[in-house]
Ligand binder design. Structure first.
Ligand code: ATP
Length: 301
């Protein structure tokens, strides 16, 4: 991480909230070794969001020129919709998230947010518009209050507390000897995976981004914690455009649209019910997961 962020620090042009976004993104998509390949266009304006729609328009992308990963992908996500991107391992789900965050530029096609090509706006404004809740959030060796407010300077105590409440963290905080002033992280109180994720949710509530990118792989958590976290994530998603990268289908069945990717192409799209009726790739993935869960003795949803 240090290697990735040191040059940015030296340039002194990256605000803390952007760095937090990058850190969460790095944690989410293991981007530690990704070089910064994109630059702002000269005199690029800030992204201005009135209605946070997201459009992938015929996007062609490969990490290496000789291997195309996304083959002319088009996704249309209206403002305020909750969508999920599913598909077999290697289909390109995380790649879509990396492109939306502009870690890379497409070789052809465009990505638009509220009608603006993300290549033509500042990365600072782009990244502060997108909130991320990684599964394994990075905590700083500081107080829990600092960890929640991180990402936005000048956050008041009331805002921190309200975010903690929204993220169902108050139960934990009330039990801590110094409440919000309790040190957490490597040298302080160790938080569980679920608690760390709630801190990330609280941080995102403070940031209040119009677009949310969720990694819904909650496999590390027990079922009860998972249900709690999902309920909190749903509260977070309200009034925002939400894109979930889903590994477990049971968590996204209520999405407005499910995009089913296969080898970098959109194989199917629709609601859960529509896709089941279609009896294609999604229905097959759903049946397989239901079987796996039954074998594990977990009630399939
Ligand atoms: P999973 O469900 O396993 O996380 P995914 O659908 O998110 O998979 P991606 O991570 O988007 O898949 O990967 C799509 C393809 O791109 C894969 O074939 C992968 O090997 C390749 N790929 C991913 N990252 C890189 C990289 N940094 N350099 C080169 N190829 C990459």
């Amino acid at each position: 991480l240090t290697q990735l962020f040191r040059p940015l620090d030296m340039l002194g042009m990256v605000y803390r909230n952007i760095r937090q976004g990058l850190i969460d993104m790095a944690a989410m998509f293991k981007l530690l070794d990704t070089p910064q390949e994109v630059a702002d266009a000269p005199a690029a304006p800030a992204l201005v969001i009135r209605r946070p729609s997201v459009t992938f328009d015929n996007v062609v992308f490969g990490y290496d020129p000789d291997r195309t990963i996304l083959h002319g992908l088009s996704l249309d996500i209206p403002a305020g919709h909750k969508v999920a991107i599913v598909g077999p391992s290697g289909a390109g789900k995380s790649t879509i998230a990396r492109l939306l965050f502009r870690f890379y530029d497409p070789q052809a096609g465009r990505i638009l947010i509220d009608g603006q090509d993300i290549r033509e706006v500042t990365q600072t404004s782009l990244r502060s518009a997108i909130g991320i809740v990684p599964q394994d959030s990075v905590l700083f060796n500081d107080t829990i209050g600092y960890n929640i407010a991180y990402g936005r300077d000048g956050t008041s105590d009331e805002q921190v507390e309200s975010a903690a409440r929204g993220a169902a963290l108050m139960g934990l905080i009330e039990r801590l000897p110094q409440r919000f002033a309790t040190e957490v992280g490597e040298r302080g109180l160790k938080l569980s995976g679920g608690e760390k994720q709630r801190v990330a949710i609280a941080r995102t509530l403070v940031k209040n981004p119009p677009i949310l990118l969720l990694d819904e792989a909650t496999s590390a958590l027990d079922t009860r914690t998972e249900q709690d976290i999902l309920a909190t994530l749903h509260a977070l998603a309200e009034h925002r455009t939400t894109i979930s990268i889903a590994h477990r289908l049971s968590t996204i069945a209520d999405a407005d649209t499910i995009f089913v990717l296969e080898l970098g192409r959109l194989a199917e799209q629709g609601t859960h019910a529509e896709l089941l009726r279609r009896d294609g790739l999604y229905a097959e993935m759903w049946a397989r997961q239901a079987n796996e869960q039954a074998e594990l003795g977990v009630a399939a949803e």
